[in-house]
Design a protein. Structure first.
Lengths: 325, 682
């Protein structure tokens, strides 16, 4: 190292390869104060480790070791992930390299994509349905197999976030949806269309839409009972609705559940599939995760009594019980 | 730890949803939806989702009880069964076989109903066997049998979702048959026209395109009004009427007098609305009628049902997909209990006892002589008991002290009996009066089949053991029959019983446990092992040949409001409880939703009587009075009040009228005159 080191060096490091080694190196470097670029050619970091069941010599579960590190790498302010990207060329000298990276087309903006996976729920012809890619790890974010895409554009229409750079997407493989699709009568594409429709409505139309949907509720508590992440001792839905009232108080009854699970929802969709009234419950959780309650329902929970009154007034009919005249 | 998932059928309404019971260490801990089930598709209602809760209730009956010195005391099975058989023998000898009555149960399996029917007819020798279908759809069975030849839902549940027009009358479908209600909502979203005709607002009336509110008890009038409009405007299906029906001329003559103006004055339905609804119904390519207790529980119940059948035939809406006349049966196995012949006038498969050929067939199958005279119905049995003509009553899984009309009278009648045997899972209001109580098994503790409202036979599977010494009901019935000297009651399992049912019942001929356990969906008629079952009845021809039109004139309800009792009382169920609450009032979430009864009063009436919401009042009729809290709501029209009949502490049936329909003997539970008065103190 020469004496000009300080002038020439930049405080950033490129780590090539997003396997467990690359991730650990990036984390150590980032924690030491370096700006880290973590380059990975596949759509997501993780490498081979998640495909292993146990690790030598302690027989620890490999995902248990890897998962916290994946999350940390994904969220670390000093790490920038360059996934689905290839190393192209390198110039410069030690301490001051300049690297060209080729980013493969993703068709979705990873910053905007919420991983809701609605685009994968739209009907795709059987011919183009992919079952599994060798060694490819699919978590959270979506990518498209260009070889299979028929450019139908259905997935773009389904997208909640209206990806601007989404000319056409299709033939997407998503492991989670595969498990749910084979049952013929389940309305598989419903959520996608429903959410899209809601986003295109004006504020007033949205209010009417939700009032109609919620007026169908039969109060079976099925959305709560079937939910894998709902802990009854933490949130009692019974407390949010007047006993014996049918349909239950809208929108509080449904919002209580939706807000409670919003951050841990696994998108399994069972709430919607088990609902006897076919309320778009998944869409509701997805929407409140990304949008303001005021935009969605013209309603801010806990803020305005007058707004609450307005909602109650526009509710089609109070069927089971009424406030005394 | 041992755990298991057992696929079984819901014990509440007639939809017949299948679900999984989760069993951990021999204890049913939860209900999980079954996403591949034909009816529920993984959706369930609040009652079904919490059905596991009453199974292990500490109040379950665990040992037989015998009344000693006026108190019910624990006894062994041998003692109790001997007591029952000796008692029945004694009464049969002292009086006659017809001094004994048996009440079967729409909550029990097909096999148990069949055994009860066989016990009554072949062993005891009486046709006095009936069950609570008498209180719900007796008029459907009588009315539709007269019109079509077969008294059951003509189409299947999944078809509802694709109907073009749905006419719902006297059915609170969303609350009482939630999974059918769910399909009505789907149909509505797919563009169907929804017409609701009901005096009371229901969740579906809020979604309806047309909501007509006739006065209670005037159903014949508005249906005749519909037909009047349809014939006048030429919307009827002339080809269908000519080819498939008879008696059209008489009908046309009768309904000609029911012009919309007359209908408006009798029913209060505006003429314009009536015309609009009639056009919508007749104009649709496929129109379904769904109806329930609001049509049947009247002293004109059979007339109402026949009128509904007229309307469907007039427009040719029968024998095709997404159409038909669809009575929604209220209980899990009320269809099956009727099919199994737990009725005083028919054997299984509706073969009349008065028919010598049918009787000979059963005499040969059972190897004994059978009584020829049709027996007594539920309400007639009570009356006979009160008059001292009926001396013993064997009640399996029913609670007449709460479910029958005019329960003060029922109470008196039951007290007069020499022997009252009650077989149930809880110490119900009726069991408290019994001389012997036999502990039975609930749906989760025995094998069997239920037949749901669209005639589909569904498997019920054993998930857990009955509590204490309780036994499966079919085993108890076999024991009783054997002690009374009955032959042929040594069945190994329920599959044997089903095999016998299939042998003697043409419509169940092809149904076997083997096929059901293979996952086949079998709706009767299913005459042979190769038959796939029948989803739609009356396709090529009606069961009776030609469909019969009945010209019906309007008759007023048996009791109309007057100065002393100025309000009309109508009764029904609520979303959160089921029938006499024996099961649902032991489920905590349901009790949280609705802890006790209430009387729904229109705000105008409340103002007039100066009643506040939630105030305790006294509701009185000619037969009794109850104390109950008010619920002021626009849900009921002015002049009408509504009370759910689940609650023993404020039992609606203390007030109701036991006036009977002349054909089907169904009591008029939906209309009676009452008054409401403030309570002075408290």
């Amino acid at each position: 190292m020469d004496s000009n080191l300080d002038n020439k060096t930049v405080g950033s490091v490129l780590v090539i390869g997003g396997g467990i080694g690359g991730i650990q190196a990036s984390l150590d470097l980032a924690d030491s104060g370096y700006r880290v670029y973590l380059l990975e050619s596949l759509p997501a970091i993780g490498g081979v480790m998640p495909t292993l069941d146990k690790t030598f010599p302690t027989n620890d579960c490999s995902m248990c070791i890897l998962a916290p590190k994946l999350v940390e790498a994904g969220r670390h302010p000093n790490i920038e992930l360059l996934t689905y990207s290839d190393f192209e060329s390198i110039e410069g000298e030690a301490g001051h390299f300049s690297v060209r990276v080729r980013r493969k087309p993703r068709y979705v903006d990873p910053e905007k994509c919420t991983g809701c996976a609605l685009c994968t729920k739209v009907d795709v012809p059987d011919l183009s349905r992919v079952v599994e890619h060798d060694g490819e790890l699919w978590v959270e974010r979506i990518a498209i197999d260009e070889a299979k895409c028929v450019q139908c554009g259905d997935c773009a229409r389904a997208c909640v976030k209206e990806n601007s750079n989404a000319p056409a997407m299709s033939s997407i493989y998503d492991r989670q949806s595969n498990g749910l699709l084979p049952l013929p009568e389940l309305e598989k594409a419903r959520s996608a269309v429903e959410m899209r429709n809601v986003r295109e409505m004006s504020k007033e139309e949205r209010l009417g839409y939700w009032c109609y949907q919620m007026s169908k509720c039969m109060k079976c508590y099925g959305c709560r009972d079937i939910c894998p992440v709902f802990v009854e001792s933490e949130c009692r839905m019974e407390d949010w609705a007047k006993p014996g009232l049918l349909p239950p108080d809208a929108p509080l009854y449904h919002l209580a559940r939706a807000y409670y699970i919003a951050q841990r929802c696994t998108h399994c969709g069972f709430c919607e599939e088990t609902c006897p009234s076919s309320l778009p419950l998944r869409a509701l959780v997805d929407l409140i995760r990304h949008e303001d309650a005021d935009d969605l329902f013209a309603f801010v929970p806990g803020l305005s009594e007058e707004q609450l009154q307005r909602i109650h007034a526009s509710f089609p009919v109070r069927v089971r019980q009424e406030e005394p005249a | 730890m041992r755990d298991d998932f057992v696929l079984t059928t819901c014990p509440f309404c007639g939809c017949g949803c299948s679900f999984y019971l989760t069993v951990v260490n021999g204890c049913a801990v939860s209900v999980e939806s079954c996403f591949t089930d034909r009816v529920s598709q993984g959706k369930l209602c609040i009652k079904g989702r919490h059905a596991q809760e009453f199974i292990h209730s500490p109040e379950r009956l665990q040992t037989p009880l015998i009344r000693r010195n006026g108190e019910l005391a624990e006894a062994s099975w041998d003692e109790a069964l001997d007591f029952v058989s000796q008692g029945l023998k004694r009464i049969k000898q002292t009086f006659s076989a017809d001094a004994i009555g048996l009440l079967s149960s729409a909550k029990c399996t097909n096999e148990e109903n069949y055994l009860m029917m066989r016990l009554a007819r072949a062993v005891i020798g009486t046709n006095n066997v009936d069950h609570c279908a008498r209180l719900c759809h007796a008029s459907t069975v009588a009315g539709l049998a007269a019109a079509f030849g077969s008294g059951a839902m003509t189409n299947s549940i999944p078809e509802v979702a694709d109907a073009e027009c749905i006419l719902i009358t006297g059915s609170n479908t969303v609350e009482q048959h939630p999974l059918i209600g769910s399909r009505v909502l789907t149909a509505k979203e797919r563009g169907a026209t929804l017409i609701v005709v009901d005096p009371r607002e229901t969740p579906l009336s809020a979604q309806a395109d047309l909501f007509l509110r006739p006065r209670p008890g005037t159903d014949v009038t508005w249906i005749n009004g519909f037909m009047n409009v349809i014939i006048k405007e030429g919307l009827h299906n002339a080809a269908f009427i000519k080819e498939r029906t008879e008696g059209f001329e008489d009908l046309a003559k009768t309904v000609a007098a029911y012009d919309p103006a007359r209908v408006e004055s009798t029913t209060g339905v505006p003429a314009a609305q009536l015309i609009q609804a009639a056009r919508a119904y007749a104009g649709a390519k496929s129109a379904m009628i769904l109806y329930a207790m609001g049509i049947t529980q009247h002293s004109t119940g059979t007339d109402n049902v026949k009128s509904i059948a007229n309307l469907a035939m007039l427009t040719g809406n029968i024998g095709r997909p997404h159409s038909g006349v669809n009575p929604l049966r209220g209980q899990n196995n009320v269809q099956g209990a009727c099919d199994m012949g737990a009725l005083p006038n028919v054997y299984s498969g509706y073969q009349p006892v008065a028919d010598a050929l049918a009787r000979a067939r059963f005499e040969k199958a059972w190897g004994c002589e059978l009584p020829t005279k049709p027996g007594l119905t539920v309400v007639e049995m009570t009356n006979a008991a009160a008059a001292g003509q009926l001396h013993a009553l064997y009640v399996m899984g029913e609670n007449p002290v709460l479910s029958d009309p005019d329960i003060n009278h029922v109470h008196e009648a039951l007290k007069k009996l020499d022997l009252l045997v009650v077989q149930d899972i809880f110490l119900t209001e009726t069991a408290k009066l019994a001389d012997v109580v036999l502990p039975g098994a609930c749906f989760a503790e025995k094998e069997g089949t239920f037949t749901n409202t669209d005639r589909t036979v569904l498997r019920v599977r054993k998930a857990v053991e009955p509590p204490g010494q309780a036994r499966a009901d079919w085993r108890v019935l076999c024991e009783v029959a054997q002690r009374l000297g009955g032959d042929g009651f040594s069945y190994n399992d329920v599959a044997d019983i089903m095999a016998e049912i299939a042998r003697v019942t043409p419509s169940y001929g092809g149904i076997s446990y083997e096929r059901l356990d293979r996952g086949e969906t079998l709706s009767w008629p299913c005459p042979n092992p190769n038959s796939p079952g029948t989803a739609i009845l009356h396709k090529e021809r009606f069961t009776r040949g030609l469909g019969r039109f009945h010209a019906i004139e309007y008759r007023a309800p048996a009791e109309e409001p007057d100065d002393q009792f100025p309000l009309i009382l109508t009764t029904g169920r609520s979303m959160f409880h089921f029938h006499t609450g024996t099961m649902t009032r032991r489920i905590s979430l349901l009790n949280h939703e609705e802890p006790t009864g209430y009387v729904e009063v229109n705000p105008e009436d409340a103002h007039h009587l100066s009643l506040a919401d939630g105030e305790k009042v006294e509701v009185k009729s000619r037969r009794g009075s109850i104390e109950i809290a008010t619920l002021v709501t626009k849900r009921v029209p002015q002049g009408t009040v509504f009370i759910p009949f689940h609650f023993a502490e404020c039992a609606a049936n203390a007030l109701t009228n036991s006036a009977l329909d002349p054909d089907s003997k169904i009591p008029e539970l939906k209309v009676c005159a009452v008054s409401i008065a403030k309570r002075s103190a408290k």
